[in-house]
Design a binder for this molecule. Structure first.
Ligand code: SF4
Length: 392
């Protein structure tokens, strides 16, 4: 019998669902509230985009699909199912592909979860952010901790076996013990994966109006009034690693922790530099060493459909690819492989980065073992500084 020996190239798919019930106070993501009619038109355009891109990149094998947002769980369950059907018929999807949907408490119910199961979604990423209702209110979240618990329990009862919980630390007025309380509550639930990021006070958000000055003061090494001090933020980070390690979670990236074998394949692929195709409003892609994105204007996106264009098309040169290899690879706990670098760029890692490597190792920010280079605990705490040393 003749067999198909063609090895397909790996591809990750990202589908952006930019709708939310309302905007959270800290959020600078491309997301907005919208009427049902706009959501319906958007889904139709996204279906069209999936088909078009499938025609163009159909020779790839899709290993992960990620519905991100916004709040993808704001769409009707049947819309998510339709989108997944389009993905399956337009691309070649691995039989054990990881398919994740981001959900927010307050927008999930039994019927939606049931649609997700029929659609083949096998991983939920739930945005909790805090187990303290006062903090959720401050963040402008639409849900309480109790609503999250109801959603989480329901998902477990219905058989979802791979769940991530998103958390944010270093909130205004938050003390180390408050953060410890959230971690304790979440650990009791034994999710497979926890993402724990520090709050970033981004320009253009309501938080920036209130805490922008405080954030700048902290950046300059001063003493903020309401935001936790830099030292407290570090304590929270170290506490997270410690409490999670005690319960069997391994930190595999600066802000991501998983039980063994439950690391997010989509994230890892991205950090490894696997090709990715972002579909939907404002999504970025990296295909065949070229980066491009979709328009970030909803009006334009809906207007262009079905002839969607690409924006910001940049063919990456060797230098940019080397920088990216280092930036993304060093985010992972296991760091970058010298051998992989050599194979990819036909040159030794030291040949390009000798000065930076020597300096950072001397400063105790980087360590080397068995052909790999990775951030030390000290390096993680100042990762932005360390990564900036790899700009060519
Ligand atoms: S739910 Fe997420 S995407 Fe939506 S406004 Fe809040 S933080 Fe932003």
């Amino acid at each position: 019998m003749e067999r198909d020996h063609k090895i397909r190239k790996e591809l990750e798919l990202y589908l952006h669902i930019p709708f939310c019930v309302r905007k959270c106070n800290y959020c600078d993501f491309l997301s907005m509230p919208a009427k049902e009619e706009v959501r319906r038109r958007y889904v139709n355009c996204l279906l069209e985009e999936i088909r078009q891109r499938g025609e163009q990149w159909g020779e790839y094998q899709v290993s992960t699909v990620f519905f991100g947002g916004g709040t993808p769980s704001l769409l009707a369950g049947v819309q998510i199912k339709e989108l997944m059907e389009a993905v399956r018929s337009s691309f070649s999807l691995e039989s054990d592909a990881e398919v994740t949907i981001e959900c927010n408490p307050g927008t999930l119910d039994r019927q939606k979860l049931s649609f997700y199961q029929t659609a083949g979604i096998n991983r939920l990423s739930i945005g909790l952010q805090s187990a303290v209702n006062r903090e959720l209110e401050l963040l402008g979240r639409i849900h309480t901790y109790e609503q999250f618990l109801e959603n989480y329990d329901l998902a477990r009862k219905m058989g979802f076996e791979n769940i991530n919980i998103d958390l944010i630390s270093a909130l205004p007025g938050q003390k180390t013990e408050d953060w410890g309380y959230t971690l304790k509550r979440v650990l009791e639930l034994r999710p497979e994966h926890i993402s724990a990021y520090s709050l970033m006070v981004e320009e253009g958000t309501p938080f920036y109006e209130i805490y922008g000055q405080d954030a700048r003061c902290r950046e300059q090494g001063g003493h903020p009034c309401i935001l936790p001090e830099e030292e407290t933020e570090r304590e929270m980070y170290l506490m997270t690693g410690q409490m999670l390690a005690e319960k069997g979670y391994r930190r595999y990236e600066i802000s991501n922790y998983a039980r063994p074998g439950r690391e997010c394949r989509h994230n890892i692929g991205y950090w490894r530099g696997v090709s990715y195709l972002g579909l939907g409003l404002g999504s970025s892609s990296l295909m065949e060493e070229t980066r491009f994105s979709n328009t970030g204007s909803m009006e334009e996106y809906l207007g262009q459909c079905p002839n969607l264009g690409k924006e910001n098309v940049i063919a990456l040169g060797k230098k940019q690819r080397m920088e990216e290899f280092m930036f993304l690879g060093l985010r992972m706990a296991k760091g970058v492989s010298r051998e992989e670098f050599r194979q990819k760029f036909q040159v030794e890692l030291e040949g390009i980065y000798q000065t930076a490597l020597q300096k950072l190792c001397r400063e105790g920010m980087l360590a080397k073992t068995e052909g790999r280079v990775f951030l030390t605990e000290k390096g993680i705490l100042v990762s932005n500084y360390v990564l900036s040393q790899f700009l060519l």
